[in-house]
Design a protein around this ligand. Structure first.
Ligand code: GMT
Length: 386
């Protein structure tokens, strides 16, 4: 029997860490010889150039005039079923429960039990949406009806079980980095565009939603720059941008803060930083902290959600209570003023990211789950990172 699989992947194609994880996973699976079919409303932004074994199926929404809200979810479910039948998919792997896991459940009803469904929970699909009484029962159904469910941290598993009273097992599959892309890049000349030689660089990368607490980033920076020559670089875009700009203006920090907008080559951009700031209110994992870690950059963050599973306090960064900007500032100053400590943290970051969260290791964990739900023996998979 052919051991290679035919896998349908659905994710949010144009934003967020869940889309990045899903797309990068699809690329890694295709490299292993599996056939990967992305089913989404647009081409995933991280897909890049042509790659063998990768296919894209666009969902077209029926906007018949009687619909006030064209039913994207139904079109997606139908497309999943069509692709599963025509391509003889073994399974659908859906990222983010709402609505993807529900659509996969519907597709399975149309195709039959032979089609397996693996659902990966990423964060606010549980921590925010599963708190909403109007969605709770639907999310519980989709989780219970999936053939396997994975979550990106122990903390997210705990919260899922507690919030939805889930009895079934949930597999832990952490986020990962592709070590061929995420390594310390030479950023010396880029740095000169933003900071003088004696200045340190603090960086925050996100979608600037309230949950990211970008105001805390500004407040920490205010305290840090009083004692250490420094610049703050914001990367991304989002709803809190005007509030951040007002606060920076109010504090008279305009000359010390740069907004870089959305950036694609995150490894190159992060390599400019001395520390990454992640003071989130909720964060099921914190992919950006892993990306920074893989480039040798420690994180100053909060103890929210799954961050402590990734960032080892006192080794690869420092974590404080949510909103404790004074402690975050003290920790940042400690790191920025002690070169020996900074070098130790950098080495620990590289070791941890490239060994514990490397692409091959996590890809293999997903493959093992796929073979398990299909009731097939796991083939001798290639060795994982050293
Ligand atoms: O849950 C979200 O807010 C969206 C989601 C995304 O698509 O970016 O982010 C979550 O998934 C990422 C990938 O697994 C995690 O690294 C992020 O920590 C997580 N975000 C939150 O929990 C806020």
């Amino acid at each position: 029997m052919d051991q290679k699989l035919k896998i349908g992947i659905t994710c949010y194609p144009s934003l967020g860490g869940s889309g990045v994880v899903a797309t990068e996973l699809g690329k890694l699976l295709a490299e292993q010889g599996h056939q990967v079919h992305f089913i989404a409303n647009s081409i995933p932004f991280r897909l890049g150039t042509f790659q063998k074994n990768i296919f894209y199926h666009e969902v077209e929404v029926n906007d018949y005039y009687v619909f006030r809200y064209p039913p994207y979810d139904l079109s997606l479910a139908t497309k999943m079923a069509q692709v599963a039948k025509s391509q003889q998919l073994d399974l659908l792997h859906v990222h983010y429960a709402v609505p993807h896991a529900v659509c996969a459940f519907l597709a399975k009803q149309m195709v039959g039990d032979g089609l397996k469904v693996v659902t990966t929970l990423h964060g606010t699909d549980i921590t925010v949406l599963a708190q909403d009484e109007s969605l709770k029962d639907l999310i519980r159904l989709a989780i219970n009806e999936s053939d396997a469910v994975t979550a990106v941290s122990q903390d997210l598993i705990r919260e899922t079980v507690e919030l939805l009273d889930i009895q079934r097992p949930i597999d832990l599959t952490y986020n990962f980095i592709d070590k061929r892309i995420y390594y310390p890049r030479d950023a010396a000349s880029l740095r000169r565009d933003f900071a003088a030689p004696d200045e340190k660089i603090l960086m925050h990368i996100s979608n600037f939603r309230p949950v990211k607490r970008t105001q805390d980033v500004v407040e920490v920076f205010r305290q840090v720059q009083e004692q250490v020559p420094a610049k703050l670089l914001f990367v991304g875009e989002g709803p809190d941008l005007p509030k951040m700009q007002w606060k920076i203006n109010d504090l008279g920090l305009n000359d010390k803060v740069h907004f870089l907008g959305k950036q694609d080559d995150i490894a190159q951009v992060i390599s400019m930083a001395d520390v990454l700031m992640l003071p989130s209110e909720k964060e099921s994992f914190g992919l950006v902290a892993l990306e920074a870690m893989a480039c040798g950059v420690p994180t100053i963050g909060s103890q929210a959600g799954g961050i402590p599973e990734l960032v080892l306090h006192g080794k690869t960064g420092y974590l404080s209570a949510i909103g404790d900007t004074q402690s975050m500032a003290e920790n940042t100053i400690r790191l920025l003023t002690d070169d020996r400590l900074a070098a130790e943290f950098r080495e620990a970051c590289l070791q941890r990211a490239h060994h514990d969260f490397c692409n091959d290791k996590i890809r293999r964990e997903y493959e093992q789950i796929y073979y398990r739900v299909l009731g097939r023996e796991v083939p001798n998979l290639k060795p994982v990172c050293g």
